[in-house]
Design a protein around this ligand. Structure first.
Ligand code: NAP
Ligand code: HSE
Length: 437
């Protein structure tokens, strides 16, 4: 039986998960493919680090260039992360005629445009299913399953760590840093967990999803990005009181005049919608196509097993089409390279229309709510829910939370500036967008 030789860069959470699948599912893989995989070599950073899997029969090296230069390696599986060395190695591998399978969303989001071009020049493939939404085959769904549609919008929970944290925050007295530490121990978080908490990882993934959905260049620097670090336990509680859950969403939508909105931010979603019920490390992506309508994809968004499952599927796709010419493979971003829109019009966040939740402190004195309502009404904003409660630690102040109707974001920003300038209002106002996905 024909064997394909793999060279792995990295043997951490995902790399170990892949070796585990190759070992435990080889019979099933061979039944499906009529081919088998061999591991030629694996690069790690520290040869002395204890490993989750037995490495006795695998040649390990701490020089990753050995892997990409190894003449026996046919496919380089990049599972080490980062955007500098990983990119150099992937470029070198492509120039050496090796196909690439990667889970590295940061590298694809930041350097994918150039890497796909280089791959085409050298007639090799880059597969990256594991880079978005862990084990969910979302890239295959967008590139192939929904190819007959014009995607109008998509919205998803695309960071497992962030969703795990927001879910745990619903429990009384949950401690943010302790919850994050658990997510790290479970292998969910990025090497730098601020990527998860500040929305950077979700923005990398949204960049990829938006390109696949709309046939636009990868445009990471133009994604509006907001994380979850400013969400308090009070916000989670008030959202609940109003009938919402707080979810960290990546949203890409097609606007008028061929403009696109690309944004990542916490969002209040009504408890009755499916996304509200996606908890823990689970991810879900809702995609609306012009013919199919809305479809939704759900599954584990992080962790070794789920992510390696997506890497394995890519390897099998590649192996199945091994002898096929370059053009017989689905194009990297799903569209013919020369048909991808360069410099697409990405809308400013100030141009979107959305409802808002806001929380702020006011001086506890008569007439304050009437003055707040009047200020918002003067700016053409109406209040949907309003709640006020005393603050046990600040007896002279009260906490006010409210939600609004759908307004233009730029206009709402101006209204908030007026509110913050009122004598009644103390400190900064926290705002979270509200949507009915
Ligand atoms: P990880 O557990 O930190 O593993 C990284 C591996 O790369 C380690 O084996 C490390 O070696 C090796 N490595 C790092 N720098 C190296 C260098 N300079 N030379 C040689 N080897 C080096 O990371 P991971 O969680 O598996 O993530 C890997 C990639 O998958 C990242 O791009 C990540 O964003 C992506 N991803 C992860 C998940 C997830 O749930 N974890 C899900 C989807 C995508 P040592 O073991 O010796 O330190
Ligand atoms: N850190 C990422 C997450 C890993 O938590 O979603 C999966 O891409």
């Amino acid at each position: 039986m024909k064997a394909l030789t793999l060279g792995l860069l990295g043997l951490g959470t995902v790399g170990s998960g892949l070796v585990n699948i190759l070992r435990t599912s080889s019979t099933e893989i061979e039944r499906r493919l009529g081919k088998r995989f061999e591991i030629g070599c694996i690069a790690v950073r520290d040869l002395n680090r204890p490993r989750r899997i037995d490495t006795q029969d695998i040649p390990l090296t701490d020089d990753p260039f050995e892997v990409v230069q190894n003449p026996n390696v046919q496919v380089v599986v990049e599972l080490m992360g980062g955007t500098t060395l990983a990119r150099d190695l992937v470029e070198q591998a492509i120039k050496n005629g090796k196909h690439i399978v990667t889970a590295n969303k940061a590298m694809i989001a930041l350097h994918g445009n150039e890497l796909f071009e280089l791959a085409e020049k050298h007639q090799v493939q880059i597969y990256y299913e594991a880079s978005v939404a862990g084990g969910i085959p979302i890239i295959k769904a967008l590139r192939e399953g929904l190819a007959g549609n014009q995607v109008e919008w998509l919205a998803g929970i695309i960071n497992g760590t962030g969703n795990y944290i927001l879910t745990e925050m619903k429990k009384p007295n949950a401690d943010f840093s302790a919850v994050l530490e658990t997510a790290q121990k479970l292998g969910y978080a990025e090497a730098d967990p601020t990527y998860d908490v500040e929305g950077i990882d979700a923005a990398h993934k949204l960049t990829i999803l938006a390109s696949l959905a709309f046939g636009i260049e990868l445009s990471y620097s133009r994604v509006y990005t907001e994380g979850i670090s400013h969400i308090s336990a009070d916000d989670v509680r008030f959202a609940n009181l109003f009938g919402y859950e707080i979810k960290h969403l990546g949203i890409a939508s097609r606007g008028d005049d061929n403009g696109f909105s690309l944004r990542v931010h916490p969002t209040l979603v009504p408890k009755k919608v499916l996304l509200a019920d996606v908890n823990g490390v689970m991810n879900a992506v809702l995609i609306h196509g012009n013919h199919v309508g809305s479809t939704m994809y759900y599954g584990a968004g992080a962790g070794g097993g789920a992510t390696a499952s997506a890497v394995m599927a890519d390897l099998m796709d590649l192996a199945r089409c091994w002898e096929a010419p370059f053009d017989a493979h689905v194009p990297g971003l799903g569209y013919q390279a020369d048909a991808i829109y360069k410099d697409a019009n990405i809308m400013s966040i100030d141009d979107i229309d959305t409802a808002f939740y806001v929380r702020f402190m006011v001086k506890d004195q008569p007439g304050v709510l009437a003055r707040l309502s009047q200020t918002l009404a003067d700016c053409d904003i109406s209040i949907e829910h309003l709640h006020q409660e005393p603050m046990s630690d600040e007896p002279d102040f009260a906490l006010v939370v409210l939600t609004t109707n759908v307004v233009n974001e730029g206009q709402f920003g101006e209204a908030l500036a007026v509110l913050e300038g009122l004598d009644d209002v103390e400190g900064k106002i926290t705002k979270i967008r509200v949507s009915d996905f």
